[in-house]
Design a protein around this ligand. Sequence first.
Ligand code: NAD
Length: 254
Amino acid sequence: MSSHDLEFKNIVVLITGAASGLGAALAEVLGNLGAKLVLGDLNASALGHFVSHLQQQNIAVVSLAGDVCDEAYHHQLVDLAISNWEKLDIAVNNAGIATGMKAFTEITLEEFDHTLNVNSKGVFLGMKAQISTMLKQQSGNILNVSSVAGLNAAPKLAAYSASKHAVIGLTKTAAIEYAKKNIRVNAICPFYTATPLVTQSELSDKIDFLNIASPMKRIAETKEIISVMMMLCSPQHTYLTGQAIAVDGGVTAL
Ligand SMILES: NC(=O)c1ccc[n+]([C@@H]2O[C@H](COP(=O)([O-])OP(=O)(O)OC[C@H]3O[C@@H](n4cnc5c(N)ncnc54)[C@H](O)[C@@H]3O)[C@@H](O)[C@H]2O)c1
């Protein structure tokens, strides 16, 4: 056991988009370190299966399926944390969708709106509910999941890129507004990572191309993103706020 392994014991962590990929991997690691979990996802059946899998490991977990575009849903998730464990230490706004690759002029208004609704508005609404509670308890730590597409251009992914740039704007602004209130807000910006968002989407045909785009000539493994998410979530890093950290094998250094 490392010196960091006790830092999540009895810490209450809310994660959206927790039935798959990065959200699920983070939940399982933190749960095994003693965190108490509040998990959400749009996919009720996948969430139910995953929660059973966690309970078999004696992880403390409650869950609620719902859509991050729904403001009331975020209040219900926060209320679950408070009613079960009387606090909300960490919130991870992770739920997100990928879009198909399309030229700028081919993207429909419906696709643009849907992408920004889930990836940007979903984070905004989550943060509003979470910050309200964190203000009352005078502490809190929020991690938003952006992307390298939130830092740089992402050709053929204009709506996704716009949605992830917005996440960084929300992150930095809230970090400054609440810096004096003992609430930290950071974002992680991964390069392509081998989760279902990539491996079970039309991007799966493009993995060779994505590998070549990276200085390391490979996309990320889930555990390489999770280790940095844990660092950004960690109660130990009390002076870390307002940052958008690229975890990208050097892509943004090019
Ligand atoms: N995998 C990558 O290459 C990569 C790279 C950069 C950023 N990201 C971001 O990481 C986050 C997690 O993605 P992932 O790779 O684990 O993908 P994933 O598809 O494996 O998981 C995303 C989860 O979010 C849920 N979700 C989708 N829409 C939702 C909604 N409206 N309300 C509630 N839940 C919803 C899905 O059901 C799914 O379980 C996303 O925000 C994504 O944009 C992923």
